[in-house]
Design a protein around this ligand. Structure first.
Ligand code: FAD
Ligand code: DLZ
Ligand code: SF4
Length: 516
């Protein structure tokens, strides 16, 4: 028989390791829309539309190129509902001599795939996903003997490995990292060019109907769906970024403006994660923009760092730390996720705007994910499990390998500081500096306690106070306790009581939102 090549929903490239060197007359490609994947959490409707539509377009593309594709639609009769079930069906049907599959991005699937060799009467080969720049072995070796793994040092290895922004063995411009130049507050009227939105074609429209019909109770709106669903569209989105937005990407990377959902971000994460765009190629284009004098070093270095630094790093950190990362809860956070994360109904304007963008676009900027939504979850002590589910559901670019390290380790400090050197805790002041949110908020950012005070202010001290034992010893954050200790007892009590009153006022979300 032929070789069976299952291709998962986030492996949509003809460069895939499992296709390399294969001949068309000796290969059956298997692509599966399955109930288990569509519902293991109740993904945002746009996320399911994006994946199904991109899968269908990619299958057509493969067929046009002469490949044999066994494509199983969600509504296909007898759809077994899971990858393993559908592979079993395909093994019956095609009697393959071997299965070649690229490793899945998620632990839960790897556990299933590892059973295939025993289950199926043919050879099973699980190949490394070489769409990444680093290898797991490289990372594991690097991480060995380190108590703390810092992205910055790993990133420098990746710069050396790729030669990106290198001047011999020195970093271009003399510095490895220009982050200090990337914190420009938004000036009034900061106006970014609009990113291209892609009108749903017939295939996407059919999927939209399917999703409305089968997943109507999932979070999110489909009205503004405009994600690239093909390589061509993704290339067009990348062209627009490199032509119009990369120049300001760096300086305004951490800026937030009410109602502006893209600013100068690339908005390419969905396409990169699906396989429609190659991360290394994007970095090379960024480098070229610098060499051609079209973008400053801080923008280009910042963009490259997000991709060959953070993105690579979290991919490897995930596989290094699983399965325990999923259960980590170093700060023993136990509070339920507030309902407003789903409804957007809160008077905190920064949160409301970030959640609105999340619902409308299945997207929010990094800084909204980190310093608004994440910071709140950290300070309020929301349990990691529910925060993880939320992030996995709501973003169109979310897969556990990238979501979990960002949520558990980066925002919640649930890993006890393996990834981040300190918790990203901040009071309202930070949000006020980096956004235009506070001016029209019902709360006053300058008011520290009591009725009408920005909730981030008392929550910040409540957090610092309750985790004193652990954080006091931290070199980067410990000094803050001298400020706390200088306050008189009555002031401290006011902070703590204001925080408690606010926390007591939160309504926890019902269980039906994230999981069935
Ligand atoms: P840009 O700002 O243009 O950045 C360029 C690229 O760098 C992104 O497309 C992305 O591929 C990569 N990148 C940037 N930051 C990170 C990071 N921290 N980790 C990994 N890659 C990064 N990104 C996801 O792709 N999927 C997720 O599920 C996800 N969950 C997140 C959860 C939290 C709590 C936080 C703080 C961040 C998360 N991120 C996630 C990272 C980041 O927020 C998004 O990649 C980014 O907002 C996507 O928009 P963009 O393409 O415009 O990014
Ligand atoms: C996220 C997702 C969804 C919603 N549906 C499918 C699907 O029906 N078929 C598929 O092949 N992949 C899907 N995916 C993506 C997979 O869950 C993804 O391959 C894993 O999360 C591994 O990263
Ligand atoms: Fe957010 Fe506080 Fe500013 Fe309101 S005042 S927008 S709650 S930081």
């Amino acid at each position: 028989g032929p070789v069976l090549v299952p291709i998962l929903g986030d492996q949509l490239t003809r460069d895939l390791a499992s296709l390399r060197g294969r001949t068309k007359d000796d290969t059956v490609i298997l692509m599966m829309e399955v109930w288990d994947e569509a519902t293991y959490v109740k993904h945002h409707k746009q996320k399911i539309v994006l994946i199904f539509s991109a899968m269908r377009h990619f299958a057509d593309d493969l067929r046009d190129a002469g490949w044999t594709v066994d494509y199983v639609k969600l509504d296909a009769k007898n759809n077994a509902g899971s990858f393993t079930g559908e592979v079993a069906r395909a093994v019956e049907e095609h009697s393959p001599r071997a299965i070649h599959v690229v490793e899945p991005g998620e632990w839960r699937l790897r556990e299933d795939f590892d059973q295939w060799a025993d289950k199926f009467p043919c050879e099973v080969e699980i190949l490394a996903d070489d769409r990444f720049i680093s290898t797991q072995a490289e990372f594991d070796e690097w991480a060995e003997d380190r108590k703390e793994m810092r992205m910055e040092y790993f990133y420098r290895e990746m710069r050396r490995k790729t030669g990106l922004l290198m001047d011999g063995d020195k970093p271009e411009g003399g510095e490895w990292n220009y982050d200090s130049e990337n914190r420009k507050p938004p000036k009034e009227g900061l106006d970014a060019p609009e990113r291209p939105l892609f009108e749903p074609d017939a295939i996407t429209c059919e999927v939209i109907e399917l999703v409305e019909d089968r997943f109507g109770d999932h979070f999110g709106s489909l009205e503004k769906f405009g994600w690239p669903v093909t390589r061509e569209e993704a290339e067009e989105a990348a062209d627009a970024f490199f032509a119009e937005r990369i120049e300001c990407f760096g300086p305004y990377q951490d800026a937030m403006v009410h109602g502006q959902d893209d600013l100068f971000h690339s908005m390419l994460s969905t396409s990169i994660n699906l396989g429609l765009l190659d991360p290394l190629e994007l970095c090379q284009r960024a480098e070229k923009a610098y060499k051609d004098g079209r973008a400053p070093i801080n923008s280009v270095e910042g963009f490259i760092r997000q991709i060959i630094g953070w993105r690579e790093y979290v991919r490897r950190f995930y596989w290094h730390q699983m399965p325990h990362l999923q259960k980590a809860n170093a700060l023993n956070a136990q509070r339920g996720l507030p309902e407003f994360y789903w409804t957007g109904e809160t008077d905190m304007r920064c949160l409301a705007d970030s959640i609105r963008s999340t619902r409308d676009n299945a997207h929010a900027h990094h800084i909204q994910r980190l310093m608004v939504l994440g910071n709140f979850a950290l300070l309020a002590g929301i349990n990691p499990r529910e925060v993880q589910d939320w992030y996995l559901v709501v973003y169109a670019d979310a897969y556990e390998w990238v979501e979990l390290p960002n949520v558990a380790a980066m925002i919640l400090y649930a890993d006890g500081g393996k990834l981040a050197s300190k918790p990203y805790a901040a009071s309202g002041n930070y949000i006020n500096k980096m956004s235009d949110y506070c001016g029209e908020c019902r709360y006053s950012v300058s008011k520290k306690t009591g009725e009408g005070a920005c909730p981030f202010n008392p929550l910040y001290w409540h957090f610092m106070d309750r985790h004193r034992d652990r954080l006091e010893k931290n070199a980067r954050i410990g000094r803050i306790y001298s400020t706390w200790d200088r306050m008189d007892e009555a002031k401290k009590q006011e902070y703590l009581e204001s925080a408690e009153t606010f926390l007591d006022s939160l309504t926890p979300a019902g269980k039906e939102w994230a999981r069935n």
